[in-house]
Design a binder for this molecule. Structure first.
Ligand code: PFF
Length: 448
């Protein structure tokens, strides 16, 4: 059998998984979704789903990955054989990876563009209207965001082609903790701005009457997106986990870290946004206008801004790497392509879909369907449909199809690890997670 690479250590797994989880989902998408869905009401559902369902699903993916030592498609073939259709979960995951990578690299490209703007001190002396204008001009520019997107994809492909240990693990380990530090600094700044309290109230005070089917599915979709679950990315990473590593504590650490960063992003964005009079529903422009405004008001703002965008680009890169890794692991194992070929081909296919997502921001673009831009269609199709469906099938597989002894064997590393709460975990996988996902999924379909 071909020797597969493993992560070098338990810290390596946590860091690589956290690298996949932490990214634009936390810093860009979370504030957009929380802002559009009532702030506090969204946060409370988000926390409940991420901590309970999120951890359970993450563990389930690790169980499948490590048991099968394979990519998402191969995993179900190894565990179930080719005949009975379980492999379609893997296919769903790979399709989902392509679609997410396509629109994710749109915003990833923006972060690269904004890194350039930060370096060139483009925000200095601009007022809010000018900063908003800069964002609109950049995102609707005919070629600049496209070039940035392609550059980002190329960067991702280069790292992925080099392999798991050298590429993914090394980057994640050093830079993720640094991001946390700079976010704490930003929180302090944001909280001391005039009018900050109103933003904090919006973010932390739940108005329960606002919770409806749409808020529920948006919060669940956001938590799946943010934790990189429901589409096989963590089956793929699970396949690199060594036999002796503790998956339970690793999952809990990653979920906590990811949730912390999302909440920190909220504490940075909302008080500052309210302070500047930016509406919480401002969507795409929320982060890209609020943050440059905050930096302008900080002593040493130029450097903080620069470091922040460097770290954001890297956090984003460790996420795009994990998305491309799903595709590359599948193509190398299923189609027997070399890593380099797989990385190049995978990013070329992504680029074609991705360009459409990026160009759909242009005014008058034909890429609007039923009043929605193509970017948003990809975003909703994955976070609100494909990931919940994938997640449901994954927990059903581990809870009902896999032998209980095999699942427990993985959880406890062949019985060598004393996981006291393993009964609880198995119960969560078998009952709580599928029921929660199903109820939330149906609540959106039957309307608000
Ligand atoms: N979790 C990433 C983020 O929050 O930015 C996005 C993501 C990465 C989703 C990898 C799915 C995935 F497989």
């Amino acid at each position: 059998m071909k020797q597969r690479e493993n992560f070098g250590s338990k810290l390596g797994i946590i860091m690589a998984t956290a690298g996949s989880a932490l990214g634009l989902g936390n810093i860009y998408r979370f504030p957009c979704e929380a802002g559009a869905n009532g702030g506090g009401a969204f946060l409370i559902v988000y926390l409940a789903v991420a901590l309970l369902v999120g951890t359970t699903l993450m563990l389930s993916e690790f169980i499948i990955g490590r048991r099968s030592h394979s990519n998402p498609i191969g995993a179900f073939r190894v565990l179930e054989g080719k005949k009975n259709g379980w492999m379609s979960i893997g296919w769903l995951g790979v399709v989902c990876a392509f679609l997410i990578l396509a629109f994710y690299t749109t915003v990833a490209g923006w972060t690269l563009g904004y890194l350039g703007k930060a370096a060139a001190n483009h925000f200095a002396g601009n007022d809010l209207a000018q900063i908003q204008e800069q964002f609109a001009a950049f995102t609707t520019h005919p070629w600049l965001p496209v070039v940035c997107q392609l550059a980002f994809l190329a960067l991702t492909a280069i790292v992925v082609a080099r392999g798991v240990k050298d590429g993914i693990e090394k980057w994640s380990k050093i830079l993720m903790p640094l991001l946390l530090v700079i976010m704490v600094v930003l929180c302090v700044k944001s909280l001391t701005m005039p009018g900050a309290a109103e933003g904090m109230r919006f973010f932390f005070k739940p108005d329960f009457s606002k919770i409806n089917g749409h808020v529920l599915i948006s919060a669940m979709g956001q938590s799946f997106f943010s934790l990189s679950i429901g589409m096989g990315a963590l089956i793929t990473y699970g396949s690199y986990i060594g036999a002796k590593d503790n998956m339970v504590s690793s999952s809990v650490s990653v979920v906590l870290a990811d949730t912390l960063v999302a909440v920190l992003a909220g504490i940075i964005i909302f008080p500052a946004a309210f302070s500047f009079g930016i509406k919480p529903e401002a969507g795409a422009s929320l982060v890209f206008t609020t943050l440059p405004m905050v930096f302008q008001q900080m002593t040493g703002g130029y450097f903080f801004c620069l470091i922040f965008f460097v770290l954001l680009v890297i956090a984003t890169l460790t996420s795009t790497i994990s998305l491309l890794e799903v595709i590359v692991a599948t193509a190398t194992e299923e189609l027997k392509l070399s890593r380099t070929k797989a990385a190049v081909l995978g990013s070329l296919v992504t680029a074609v879909i991705g360009l459409l997502a990026t160009l759909s921001f242009r005014t008058g673009s034909p890429l609007h369907i039923n009043g929605k831009i193509f970017f948003d269609i990809l975003d909703s199709a994955t976070a609100l449909y494909l990931m919940p469906i994938g997640g449901l099938l994954i927990v059903l597989f581990v809870g009902w199809r896999m032998k209980k002894a095999d699942a427990i064997d993985e959880l406890t590393n062949g019985g060598t690890l004393r996981v006291g709460i393993r009964k609880v975990i198995y119960y969560l996988i078998r009952y709580m997670a599928p029921v929660a996902i199903l109820v939330i999924f149906i609540s959106q379909l039957v309307g608000d």
